[in-house]
Design a protein around this ligand. Structure first.
Ligand code: CO8
Length: 259
């Protein structure tokens, strides 16, 4: 499959997706969204692929936001009638397998929002995060006001959204936005290593663990605990549960069936 604005390659059981518009700091145009939709659909349908990594091409940016040049002359009615940006919600909802954002530089506006859609973020020490949309006369449109607030709390989310300032990798990690910071030149190696580790896990259990954690953002503690317990109980019916526990007792490596 060839794409106009991204590349997608399989490396063993990991799919590496790279936003490839370095001349526009990987700005997220409508075409990037449709290419990502296609690439993630291929990833989801491929039984040999168990984790994905998304990053930005070049050394400077993961993605510097939604494509401002695409929005500058667009009438308000078109934003509404097209339900502009709603495709990003569909994209996120459609990805059932784990995926990691490897943030190599600017992750601003929609770029920060895309990174937050991933299951977790591994950041280069050069990464910079922000929601600077206020400086354009708008606000986050791809989930930033919600996901950032859930990730870092009201105080910092308000600070970032209202001042439009950027947060460096250290601050982002302290705030809980980023899972790990790695040296810039080791970013892809470390992100791929994390993805490869996930890809060695029993695939249904990986999908279910993702769903369990996601539920924490959607529901009450009582409902979430029940949801977790039921999912746990469903996993106990899998061949991989039988194999995983038997392999532990027999002190050998497990041989996953993926069901
Ligand atoms: N969209 C389009 N092009 C961009 C974008 C972008 N978001 N960001 C950078 N570019 C382009 C520049 O225009 C420039 O192109 P050219 O060479 O043709 O002039 C090229 O990338 C390089 O950028 P700079 O020269 O600006 O590079 P600098 O190193 O000087 O600055 C920055 C880097 C600080 C990242 C700067 O480019 C910048 O501030 N970018 C914009 C960041 C931003 O505001 N992002 C938020 C965008 S809006 C959004 O994401 C959600 C909007 C929600 C709207 C809701 C409506 C319903």
């Amino acid at each position: 499959m060839t794409y106009q604005t991204i590349t997608s390659e399989t490396k063993g059981a990991v799919t590496l997706i790279t936003i490839n518009r370095p001349e526009a700091l990987n700005a997220l145009s409508t075409k990037v969204l449709s290419d990502l939709m296609e690439a993630f659909s291929v990833f989801g349908d491929d039984d040999t692929q168990h984790c994905a990594v998304i990053t930005g091409s070049g050394d400077k940016a993961f993605a510097a936001g939604a494509d401002i040049k695409e929005m500058v002359d667009k009438p308000a009615a078109d934003f509404f009638l097209e339900d502009f940006f709603s495709g990003w919600n569909k994209l996120t909802a459609s990805i059932r397998k784990p995926w990691i954002a490897a943030v190599n530089g600017f992750a601003l506006g929609g770029g920060c929002e895309l990174a937050m859609m991933a299951d977790f973020i591994i950041a280069s020490e050069n990464a910079k995060f922000g929601q600077p949309e206020i400086k354009l006369g708008v606000g986050p449109g791809m989930g930033g006001s919600q996901r950032l607030t859930l990730a870092v709390g009201k105080a910092k989310a308000m600070d970032l959204c209202l001042t439009g300032r950027m947060m460096d990798a250290e601050e982002a990690e302290r705030a809980g936005l980023v899972a790990r910071i790695v040296p810039h030149d080791k970013l892809m190696k470390e992100a791929m290593k994390a993805a490869e580790t996930i890809a060695t896990m029993p695939p249904m259990a990986a999908m279910v663990n993702k769903e369990m954690v996601e539920a924490a953002f959607e529901t009450t503690l009582t409902q979430g605990l029940l949801h977790e317990r039921r999912l746990f109980q469903i996993l106990t019916a899998t061949e991989d549960k039988a194999e995983g526990m038997k392999a532990f007792v027999e002190k050998r490596a497990a041989n996953w069936k993926g069901r």
